[in-house]
Design a protein around this ligand. Structure first.
Ligand code: AMP
Length: 119
């Protein structure tokens, strides 16, 4: 079996996904199990397992991911109200160890955190 991460396999078109945006540095897909009416994942092509694994050299890709998140939020018509979530580590609910930003929108009035969010 390949050692490639799930998201690298999506980037390489080995696993299907709804691809909303792609450039040289990242891809944006719809989350397969959406937690909100709009739930997109912004994923760097470079594999950084967790945000805490990013190095000083990764600062520009980290900034790019946030810029792309705002772009795709605008394309989805939700740029007035969206959230970015990064789960860092198993204890915070991270299940895919290839950095990704969740872009969530469309469910208004929910609290910032529920008890289930932070263990
Ligand atoms: P996290 O729990 O922060 O690591 O987020 C991983 C996300 O990847 C979850 O929200 C999953 O629903 C999502 N996911 C898992 N497999 C796929 C897939 N094949 N296509 C799109 N999203 C996926």
């Amino acid at each position: 079996m390949s050692d490639a991460t799930l998201f690298t396999r999506i980037i390489n078109r080995e696993i299907p996904a709804v691809i909303l945006y792609e450039d040289d540095l990242c891809i944006v897909i719809n989350d397969i199990a959406p937690q909100a009416p709009v739930h997109m994942l912004v994923i760097p092509k470079q594999v950084i397992p967790r945000l805490a694994d990013a190095s000083s050299e990764d600062q520009s890709i980290l900034g790019h991911l946030m810029w792309v998140a705002a772009e795709v939020a605008r394309d989805a018509g939700v740029d007035e109200a969206f959230r970015l979530v990064v789960n860092n580590g198993e204890g915070a609910g991270q299940t895919v160890f290839h950095l990704h930003l969740h872009v969530l929108a469309g469910s208004s009035g929910s609290p910032m955190f529920s008890e289930a969010d932070i263990g």
